[in-house]
Design a protein around this ligand. Structure first.
Ligand SMILES: Cc1ncc(COP(=O)(O)O)c(C=O)c1O
Length: 472
């Protein structure tokens, strides 16, 4: 039996469009996929003793293409850059202003680094999707709390972006490290019609999840360093602590190829054309009654990523309508999000949207406006709660208890609850409305566990891990 190979065979045989990561969509010829190139560090490849380091050379070319001081290649997605950046910029027990809609990788770094988050909350847009944190509000929070570092998530998973002007200004004024998780925006720099990248807005460290939209292989990421501040050597130290010691040269070669493309005009043209085509598509299908989140955000004066297409409405009906044509990146009861890159056939997307407009009658199905990301109150630090003595409680008894573990829907990987937050009625309501969705459809819901019953394993009541009463 080869279950993984069989599953892959089955998936690729369907030949449906892939509106999910990686950005090459299985439609781009990958000249670096050569079995003989599947190696890790060997003396012959990087004879550093004679001053030759091909990885550094390629990283320097990548940095040049992004106009930054340094770029570091990750073979652990955006997760490694994010974690190394957060841990390097903030010593244990320091305060960090963090966008609450941060990905799990940021939340993990807060636990590993024993950091004290000051949350910058998002407001909620149509379909209850989180909007980018307001720049002025974040700046106010920074002024008030004087943190060691600021961790911004921009754009959101749905590609909505906000300026960082005020955030950058106060960080500079107070000499605070500014880290931007731009995992979904590797393709922003140098292209017309895309949101402004944090790289040109003065961020110190910018994390890219290259594989999400680019042609490099799954699991590739980049950390861009745009400062020579005194704490920067700690980035390498944190990186070395967290990174594999056996990087795949296939993944590294795919990043090398990406930097090569980035030095060529036709690569950039393909992104510029995509932005124009997708905006036309947004407007066409809006006129046919679909609600396109990105277009709505631009009408509010925001910047949206044309490589994301979120149709807001009845998630199940939209999913049913799209199913014959392709596979989405993310869905939930209030909508479906696609990732679209220059490798996609936009004709197929148009056909899928036409089907949505025809079959999801009622047109603008915004759905019930439940708060998607509850604002549970942080009672103790994530580190304290994660290390505290814990107990499992059934969902019916979880309200008002302090979470010991995160509750995370995947995708998008943004925790509904993090360790140390008090589970409130909004969280329980969110679970009631959403918990069936993730395991049955496109993903996974981590943190909800069944009680272990040896007589009927896997069939017990569902519950959460909470901090033991005596400690709470
Ligand atoms: C905003 C954000 N940051 C970081 C990550 C982690 O990226 P990766 O899966 O490439 O490690 C993700 C993944 O979805 C993400 O959405």
């Amino acid at each position: 039996m080869t279950p993984i190979i069989q599953a892959l065979d089955h998936y690729t045989a369907q030949g449906r469009a892939r509106w999910h990561t990686p950005g090459h969509k299985g439609r781009f010829s990958l000249p670096y996929l050569v079995s003989e190139w599947d190696v890790t560090e060997v003396r012959e490849l990087t004879p550093k003793s004679i001053g030759m380091d091909v990885i550094r050379q390629s990283e320097d070319l990548m940095a040049e293409s992004f106009g930054v001081l340094k770029s570091r290649y990750s073979v652990q997605g955006a997760t490694l850059p994010v974690m190394a950046a957060v841990m390097a910029a903030s010593p244990p027990r320091s305060r960090v202003v963090v966008d609450r809609i941060a990905h799990q990788s940021v939340h993990s770094a807060l636990v590993l680094g024993n950091l004290e988050p000051v949350w910058a909350y998002s407001s909620q847009g149509p379909g209850a999707y989180p909007l980018p944190v307001d720049d002025k509000e974040r700046a106010r929070l920074i002024m008030e709390s004087r943190p060691q570092a600021v961790v911004v998530t921009n754009p959101t998973y749905e590609g909505l972006s906000a300026p960082l002007v005020e955030t950058h200004r106060v960080c500079r004024e107070l000499n605070i490290a500014l880290i931007v998780d731009e995992a979904h925006g590797t393709h922003f720099f140098g292209h017309e019609g895309f949101p402004a990248t944090a790289l040109i807005q003065g961020a110190d460290l910018v994390c890219h999840g290259a594989h999400k939209t680019e042609v490099s292989l799954t699991q590739t990421g980049i950390l861009h360093i745009n400062t020579s501040a005194g704490w920067i050597p700690r980035v390498q130290e944190a990186w070395d602590m967290l990174a594999t010691s056996s990087p795949s040269y296939l993944l590294l070669a795919s990043l090398d190829y990406l930097q090569y493309l980035r030095h060529h005009d036709n690569y950039h043209q393909s992104w510029n054309s995509l932005a124009k085509n997708m905006r036309k598509m947004w407007h066409t299908w809006e006129n046919e009654g679909l609600f396109i989140l990105q277009s709505w955000w631009e009408r509010q004066g925001g910047q949206a990523d044309p490589a994301k297409l979120t149709v807001v409405g009845d998630g199940q009906r939209l999913l049913d309508a799209m199913e014959p044509f392709g596979v989405e990146e993310k869905s939930d009861p209030l909508g479906v999000t696609l990732i679209v890159t220059p490798q996609d056939d936009t004709e197929v997307i148009a056909r899928a949207l036409e089907h949505c407009a025809r079959t999801c009658s009622g047109g603008r199905l915004i759905g019930e406006r439940r708060r998607l990301w509850p604002h549970a109150r942080q009672v103790v630090s994530p580190y304290t709660a994660w290390h505290a003595e814990r107990e499992w409680v059934p969902l019916s008894l979880a309200s008002n208890r302090i979470a010991a573990r995160s509750l995370i829907p995947y995708p998008p990987g943004i925790p509904i609850v993090v360790p140390g937050e008090r589970i409130d009625s909004d969280v329980i309501l969110w679970l009631e409305e959403n918990r069936a969705w993730y395991p049955r459809r496109t993903g996974d819901l981590r943190g909800v566990e069944k009680a272990f019953d040896p007589l009927s394993p896997g069939r017990g009541e569902e519950g959460l891990w909470v901090v033991k009463e005596a400690v709470s």
